[in-house]
Design a protein around this ligand. Structure first.
Ligand code: NAP
Ligand code: MG
Length: 487
């Protein structure tokens, strides 16, 4: 397959061909740092287009699943090499399309390469266990069967890494894929698919279709020939998808929001804690599911930590993420900016004290973009909206506590349980945190937002459907266990 070259129109990728939507309708994607910059047009596809994609994936799965894992892996290695050769270009598209800074976008794209290689290797690793049978003449073992067609629905905040960390394991374990990327970052995702196209997967094995979530996302969830849905995005959409897939007996995996705390203990290395709070809370303009949003600080160090934090946050440079020296880009869209501003207003209305930022930036280079100041609140109590709901913006809520018990209680006093971190040098505090914190990722003396691709990733409570993705944990969703008895 050829690569789509310099152009503005990005097509669906179905059955090894780039095709427009049946109605020819398109959606325009612009740059959140400068809304006069048009990144491209993506297809506003229909149910009919989706049916084609699913039918082609279903047909292709029959022979794809018969290939040895090693042979499937070769396509992933090839895609990794092609993606690696395009890191700079794809990262630039990502920055233009959703605003994160260029170094972050390059890091994410390189991560995508590494994930592809990791799962390519999975094709050569063990998939089952031998279990002693009570029958002396029998051999009993477990094997793995692919689900069939997997529908992948992804958000805009990691437009390269998330589609890859879902599609790559789906493929290596013998499933075929129909991916519906977030509309806001569909051009970036189309470029990842150009790499898949060039890697030469058999026709129908990897498909991408763009269009509104309510049509294409919901359509995938409802489709009787889509055997599994893996979704990352908001809680409201995720739960709706889960119910839809469950109702027709399909398998689903949901990774959703977070309200991640960092605890700064009285014995913490405060400089380290400040640095990690800023990085975890404000990088990517606070738009990571694992972003720090609540900072729970022991009273003995509260003032000192707050002063250090204020001083460092004031140094943050805001602007177009393509420019050198810029640390924080815009919110990813006007919608997202307005959501963040409305949460800030709620914080004020409910009595939190604004100690920094809080406003949209305006003037010269800011007027055509969705830039917002890094924002700090203090005197935040757990019943406030800004202490409970995911904001997805550069907003931190400082909360003062007297003891570790109180810190842990506050940290757990939310519906979410994705990621949490603590800064302490005290082993007892570390252990209580590890034991008591209800979160899928618990991190000691490290920011809440780091993940490694070879380790399981996912949340507790309302943050996920209690499954895990990434690393070898991915096999649990993308396959079914077959218990085999041979006599
Ligand atoms: P979103 O609005 O839920 O959208 C996610 C995906 O679902 C998009 O592809 C979207 O399509 C699609 N969609 C929208 N409405 C749908 C519907 N009715 N039925 C089926 N699909 C539908 O989330 P987002 O705003 O893109 O992303 C931000 C959220 O993702 C945050 O809550 C964040 O915490 C979460 N997130 C979680 C993780 C994690 O691993 N836990 C990682 C990253 C992000 P359109 O783009 O066309 O609307
Ligand atoms: Mg959305």
């Amino acid at each position: 397959m050829t690569v789509q070259t310099e152009k503005k129109h990005y097509l669906n990728f179905i059955n090894d061909e780039w095709v427009p939507s049946s109605t020819r309708a398109v959606i325009e994607n612009t740059n959140p740092a400068n809304n006069e910059d048009v990144i491209g047009y993506v297809q506003k596809s229909t149910k009919e287009d989706l049916d084609n994609a699913v039918a082609t994936a279903k047909a292709a799965q029959k022979s794809w699943k018969k290939l040895p894992g090693d042979a499937r892996g070769k396509f992933l290695y090839k895609a990794a090499d092609i993606l690696e050769s395009r890191i700079d270009e794809i990262a630039e598209t990502m920055t233009r399309e959703m605003g994160k800074t260029l170094p972050e976008a390059k890091g994410e794209t390189a991560r995508g390469v590494a994930i592809l290689r990791y799962y390519a290797g999975e094709g050569m690793r063990k998939v089952g266990d031998v279990i002693p049978s009570t029958d002396k003449d029998a051999l009993m073992f477990t094997s793995r069967a692919p689900l069939g067609v997997v529908g992948v629905i992804t958000p805009w905040n990691f437009p390269v890494a998330i589609p890859i960390w879902k599609a790559a394991p789906a493929l290596i374990y013998g499933n075929t894929v129909v991916l519906k990327p977030a509309t806001e970052t569909a051009v970036t995702c189309a470029k990842v698919y150009e790499c898949f196209a060039e890697a030469g997967f058999p026709p129908g094995v990897v498909n991408m279709i763009t269009g509104p979530g309510s049509v294409i996302g919901q359509g995938l969830a409802e489709h009787p020939d889509v055997n599994g849905i893996t979704f990352t995005g908001s809680n409201s959409v995720g739960k709706q998808i889960g119910q839809t897939v469950l109702a027709r007996g399909g398998k689903y995996q949901l990774e959703m929001g977070g309200k991640n705390p960092v605890i700064v203990s009285s014995d913490a290395d405060l400089d380290l804690a400040v640095e990690a709070t800023i990085s975890g809370g404000l990088r990517s303009t606070g738009q990571k599911c694992t972003a720090t949003s609540r900072v729970i600080i022991q009273s003995e160090v509260y003032e000192e930590f707050k002063e250090k934090l204020l001083e460092k946050v004031k140094e943050i440079t805001i602007g177009n993420g393509l420019e050198e020296g810029i640390w924080m880009g815009p919110s990813a869209s006007e919608n997202q900016l307005n959501t963040v501003l409305s949460y800030i207003q709620k914080g004020l209305d409910e009595g939190a004290s604004l100690i920094l930022g809080g406003e949209r930036l305006s003037g010269d280079e800011f007027d055509n973009g969705y830039f917002i100041q890094p924002t700090l609140f203090e005197n935040v109590t757990s019943d406030m909206t800004i202490a409970q709901e995911e904001i997805f913006g550069p907003v931190l809520a400082l909360m003062k506590v007297e003891s570790m018990e109180e810190a842990l209680e506050l940290a757990n006093d939310v519906e979410f349980g994705l990621s949490a971190s603590i800064f302490t040098t005290n082993i007892q505090k570390m252990l209580s945190f590890i034991n008591e914190m209800d979160a899928g990722l618990v991190r000691i003396n490290a920011e809440s937002a780091g993940v490694e691709l070879q380790a399981p990733f996912g949340g507790m409570k309302q943050s996920s459907s209690h499954s895990r993705e990434q690393g070898q944990a991915a096999i649990e969703f993308f396959t079914s266990i077959k218990t085999v008895f041979v006599k």
